[in-house]
Design a binder for this molecule. Structure first.
Ligand code: SF4
Length: 951
């Protein structure tokens, strides 16, 4: 520490202007004044270590300022060397520091002492934990009970690592949160192009059409938001479709606030306008849409010409007028016409996005995404500057050494017969399946996930978690307490974003990069000459990182290698020895990231040293339309071209690609033929990984798997369509994010909780007047399975007939001292009033308390919000499997016995609602459980797709 007399204003002691980032060449020894010592000028020296934020899926770069005297992290700022975030972050990035320093975090492994959920815990050693779990798993694997091991993850935070672990065990146990998040959007994109995510090039767009809130919260929002603003500065028009006035809508040139669920009517009216007026990219549609398949299947009497298709197209969409869209949505026809005109003028530069929003809210929400992408297809805005690409063209999932073969089994608890087209596992129906006796779970890991609080019908989760015949061993891998961790058998503390390794690549823009999350103290200490063998040696308490946990656990499951597991955890550099995490990433960086070894060599670094230094590597920039590439010449030797479809089949067996996630393009079809391309106008291209190798306006998959009425983009009436509402019912939109919180993971960030800790019910003034309620009043919101009580916020920001409530807030704990962070949770009583009848009642809200962080004594807020999801039944969309979040609700003024935060639920009724929605499903009836071409993460072997005899 040095005290300095004076320095020129606006400059750091290093002479760099405050507006600039510290240049990487000075990251090893950066000096700046200690702001807490002000007005004295006290100089501190830092090692700046890059890592990756773990607070949302965007994977922005962070730069940790590690004090060179204490090796404590002093602050986190943006990493200018990160190609996605370019040095910028949202509030949640720097707030990682408050999560690291959370005085309530779990520092030691704990084992349940009393009954499950009783809240009694004892501290145990890691050795005991690992031996117990490993021996149970060994027994399950030896006795062929592979389907009883499930790993349930919310935010994975890594690319490929866990899939490799699970495949090394030979289980089909990956369970995600996708079905409460993005299944619908994924399905909408995948039925078009095979890939399930868009990668919009907002920065170069002329027109940006969002069914999302990307300027504040949407998917990859910080990297997207900065590029949307750049496009706006250059004159791009921003159109936002959202029933709620989001911050994004407030920045739009056109804000359309439709009735929830009617969005597809607006999109189809725009599509129809392009079609009827001929203002679409005819050449793109002729070349790249499977119009011939549509004609052959639906109009075999027509000549097989593009002109005949155009005639049919006009006919098909002529009823989707602006007036029809107005009738469905309530948005004036004139405004929709104006927006259609803007879209028509996009000149192939239309960037669009939907992820949760209307897709996740509605029955048929996947069709909203399908209709949105229809506009990209019609305008030819695909794979072009300013258009939309497939995620896989802009994402690089590196291949680790020695990849295990695909698992030979199929887990029907996660992939049930009723939902053959689901994206992906039917994770939120697990309690209902267990109650129906479909199976049992003997070892259940969950991490970065909190199903009791996050999922709909959380009290059904409580019921099955308490039942040891349904869940044998429950293991929570978590840095912090949660409502679900309370019902675990083991709580195993894992590191935050600055305390772990992960590799990430996200499709944030037109370009491809990989980012390296790393334990920053470990890196700084190693640079200072200290030998660190394991990350837990430098993490607080006995906090581990998961990479090292899975290596150790897998090794112990198969110590002698007889189960075939151990081989995947042996070092590629030291045969027969257990791999280290350094070696795992060293191998990837040396062998699996194009251009990285050369870039490192130019700086005299090894590839691992390069990634430790910069934390990210840019592979390429600009649109990368892989569908226009030619297949490799060797694939075409002796290849056959189907004369009817133009599909090119290779005779060469597939080689493992550079990516661990097998792209559908490399998969053989159900007849064992391997399509590698498609002939268009006499030339062979890779095309799209769909059955036709083209963009599928007409989906033979939907036709053949029970949904012929949805084979083309069309309008599906939502379960909250006005026809389906009672006279006094409202639509509740419960699925919007707040900019400063992230699902279940920010309750341990004091800076974020201080900013956001209430989730009032948004009510339009017209409705408030009619109901005689005003801001601050308590109302009872009745759902199909119960009710919850919260306060009203009267606002013009939501349309009449619709109410809204953010899903981030409403954390609770059952014990005054232990459980979900006290800065964010209410202390509650959870009572079982009768079989299946539950009441959660708040005893007290947030209070100041004493801890090693003096700030907890300064807490000024009391509100912890209301956990509305507990009162929602499951509502699985029969096609995509998405939980349809929007609710039909009744509002009632709270009575004298009602208290703020009361939640009353009947789980018997919840089972009835589950069965009603289950009846909408159309189960697989053929020989396969799922179309083989359709994406499935962590794909099993082809034989596992075969339906067992008897279904
Ligand atoms: S958008 Fe915010 S929370 Fe998400 S990764 Fe970036 S900085 Fe972190």
């Amino acid at each position: 520490m040095t005290e300095v007399a004076s320095l020129p204003g606006q400059q750091t002691p290093e002479g760099v202007r405050l507006a600039a980032f510290p240049p990487p060449e000075r990251w090893d020894d950066w000096a700046e004044f200690d702001p807490q010592a002000w007005p004295r000028r006290v100089l501190r020296r830092y090692q700046l270590v890059p890592t990756i934020c773990f607070n949302c899926e965007a994977a922005c770069g962070l730069l940790a300022y590690v004090d060179k005297e204490t090796f404590q992290v002093k602050k986190l700022e943006g990493n200018p060397a990160h190609p996605g975030s370019r040095g910028r972050n949202c509030a949640k990035g720097p707030a990682t520091l408050s999560q690291v320093n959370d005085p309530e975090r779990i520092l030691y492994p704990l084992r349940r002492a009393g009954r499950r959920g009783e809240g009694k815990w004892v501290r145990v050693t890691w050795d005991e934990v690992l031996e117990d779990i490993a021996s149970r798993m060994r027994e399950l694997l030896r006795s062929g009970r592979h389907t009883e091991i499930i790993y349930h993850v919310g935010r994975p935070g890594h690319d490929g690592y866990m899939e490799r672990v699970l495949q090394s065990w030979g289980v089909d146990g990956h369970n995600s949160h996708t079905n409460v998040c993005s299944s619908a959007a994924r399905a909408g994109y995948a039925f078009w192009m095979g890939y399930d995510r868009p990668s919009p090039d907002h920065a170069n767009a002329r027109v940006i059409l969002l069914l999302s809130s990307h300027l504040e919260t949407g998917h990859y929002f910080n990297p997207h938001a900065q590029r949307i603003m750049e496009a706006k500065e250059r004159g791009a028009k921003l159109i936002v479709v959202d029933s709620r006035l989001s911050n994004t809508a407030s920045k739009a040139d056109y804000w359309l606030a439709p009735w929830p669920g009617s969005e597809a009517a607006i999109l189809l009216a725009i599509a129809s306008y392009l079609i009827q007026s001929g203002r679409y990219d005819r050449e793109f549609v002729r070349r790249w849409v499977n119009w011939d398949e549509y004609l052959r299947s639906e109009h075999p009497e027509d000549p097989l010409t593009f002109e005949a298709f155009e005639g049919r197209l006009k006919e098909f969409y002529k009823s989707y007028t602006f007036e029809f869209a107005e009738k469905e949505s309530g948005v004036p026809a004139g405004l929709i016409r104006e927006v259609a005109e803007v879209v028509a003028g996009c000149d192939g530069r239309l960037s669009t996005h939907i992820w949760r929003n209307a897709a996740a809210g509605n029955l048929g929400g996947w069709m909203v995404a399908r209709c949105l992408f229809f506009l990209n297809v019609l305008t030819g805005s695909i794979g072009r500057p300013g258009g939309v690409s497939a995620n896989a063209w802009d994402k690089w999932v590196a291949r680790p050494f020695k990849v295990p073969p695909p698992q030979q089994i199929w887990n029907g608890l996660l992939w049930p017969r009723e939902y053959p087209l689901a994206f992906f596992e039917m994770s939120y129906l697990l309690p209902h399946f267990l109650k129906e006796g479909r199976g049992q779970v003997s070892v259940y890991f969950f991490r970065v996930y909190n199903p009791v609080w996050t999922n709909p019908d959380g009290l059904s989760w409580v019921e099955v978690l308490r039942d040891e015949s349904k869940f044998g061993l429950v293991v929570a891998l978590t840095p912090t307490w949660s409502e679900t961790a309370w019902f675990a058998d083991y709580i195993l503390p894992m590191g935050h974003g600055t305390e772990r390794h992960d590799l990430m690549s996200q499709e944030t823009h037109a370009g491809t990069w990989v980012g390296f999350r790393q334990p920053v103290r470990r890196v700084a200490l190693a640079k200072a000459g200290r030998r660190v063998n394991f990350t837990y040696e430098v993490n607080p308490g006995e906090v581990w990182e998961e990479d090292e946990f899975w290596i150790e656990l897998s090794w112990r499951i198969d110590p002698d290698g007889s189960l075939g597991i151990r081989q995947y955890y042996e070092s590629p550099y030291r045969p027969g020895q257990k791999i280290t995490v350094d070696e795992y990433y060293r191998w990837i960086f040396e062998n699996s990231i194009p251009g990285l070894p050369e870039a490192a060599a130019r700086e005299g670094l090894t590839p691992l040293e390069y990634m430790r230094k910069y934390g990210a590597f840019l592979i390429r920039t600009g649109p990368n339309p892989e569908f226009l590439e030619s297949p490799p010449p060797e694939e075409l030797v002796g290849a056959e071209i189907d004369p009817e479809t133009g599909i090119v089949y290779s005779r060469i067996p597939p080689k493992p690609g550079p990516n661990i996630v097998p792209r559908p393009a490399f998969l053989p079809d159900e007849r064992g033929r391997r399509p590698v391309g498609v002939e268009v106008d006499g030339q062979i291209y890779r095309g799209f990984p769909t059955p036709s190798r083209k963009l599928e306006f007409y989906s033979t998959t939907l036709r053949d798997w029970g949904w012929p009425e949805y084979a083309c983009p069309t309008y599906v009436k939502s379960h909250v369509h006005p026809e389906n509402l009672g006279p006094d019912e409202f639509v509740l939109m419960p699925n919007f994010r707040l900019p400063t919180l992230i699902h279940t993971r920010s309750a341990n960030a004091k800076w974020l909780v201080e900013l956001s800790h209430r989730n009032p019910l948004w009510v339009n003034p017209e409705d408030a007047r009619r109901l005689g309620i005003k801001t601050g009043d308590l109302v009872k919101v009745h759902t199909e399975i119960g009710y919850f009580v919260l306060r009203v916020w009267v606002t013009e920001g939501i349309r009449p007939g619709v109410v809204g409530c953010s899903h981030h807030i409403g954390r609770w704990r059952l014990d005054p001292e232990v459980g979900t962070n006290k800065i964010a949770s209410a202390l509650v009583d959870l009572e079982e009033l009768g079989p299946g009848r539950w009441r959660l009642r708040q005893r007290e809200g947030v209070r100041p308390f004493r801890s090693e962080d003096p700030d907890t004594g300064l807490i000024w807020w009391e509100d912890a919000g209301v956990n509305q999801n507990l009162a929602f039944p499951v509502q699985p969309d029969p096609v995509s499997g998405q939980h349809c979040w929007h609710q039909k609700v009744r509002l009632e003024r709270a009575g004298p016995d009602d208290r703020y935060g009361d939640i009353v639920v009947d789980t018997n009724r919840a089972m009835e609602v589950y069965r009603r929605w289950l009846n909408l499903a159309r189960p697989a009836r053929g020989s396969l459980r799922r179309p083989y071409w359709l994406l499935r993460p962590y794909r099993p072997a082809p034989e596992a797709y075969r339906m067992p005899s008897g279904g």
